[in-house]
Design a protein around this ligand. Structure first.
Ligand code: MYR
Length: 131
């Protein structure tokens, strides 16, 4: 189950990923230590996600398979949806500014939540622990 509060523990290649996303160096340095925390509440095919970081706090509601809008902390707007495949959440999002795709997954492995990201050939991971 995805339910619970997850605190960022470590990241893998996130700096390169952000660079590929076109985020400038100052923002990348800040984002590398964003203290991201997410709280996930799943009820059937509906999810309520609370996100908090050094940048902002926000709450997101989505339903599996239903397109919604989401803005990154730097203002980049995405539109897309999550689906569940087995025990893995798969997200397919499109940047509104350039039409390019960002894919992401979430999976619980042991006591960790692993979120992967891909944008234009660059992969990254962020790994969270229950907090
Ligand atoms: C959620 O389920 O938390 C809301 C929807 C998330 C959409 C995809 C998130 C991609 C975040 C990429 C971070 C990029 C920083 C350059």
């Amino acid at each position: 189950t995805f339910n619970g509060t997850w605190k960022i523990d470590r990241s893998d290649n996130y700096e390169k990923f952000m660079e590929q996303m076109g985020i400038n160096m100052v923002k990348r340095k800040l984002a590398a230590h964003d203290n991201l925390k997410i709280t996930i509440e799943q009820t059937g095919d509906k999810f309520h996600v609370k996100e908090s970081s050094n940048f902002r706090t926000l709450e997101i509601d989505f339903t599996l398979g239903v397109t919604f809008d989401y803005s990154l902390a730097d203002g980049t707007e995405l539109s897309g949806s999550w689906t569940l495949e087995g025990d893995m959440l798969k997200g397919l999002f499109t940047r509104k500014d350039n039409g390019k795709q960002l894919t992401t997954t979430r999976a619980v492995q042991g006591d960790e939540l692993i979120q992967s990201y891909n944008y234009e050939g660059v992969d990254a991971k962020r790994i969270f622990k229950r907090g």
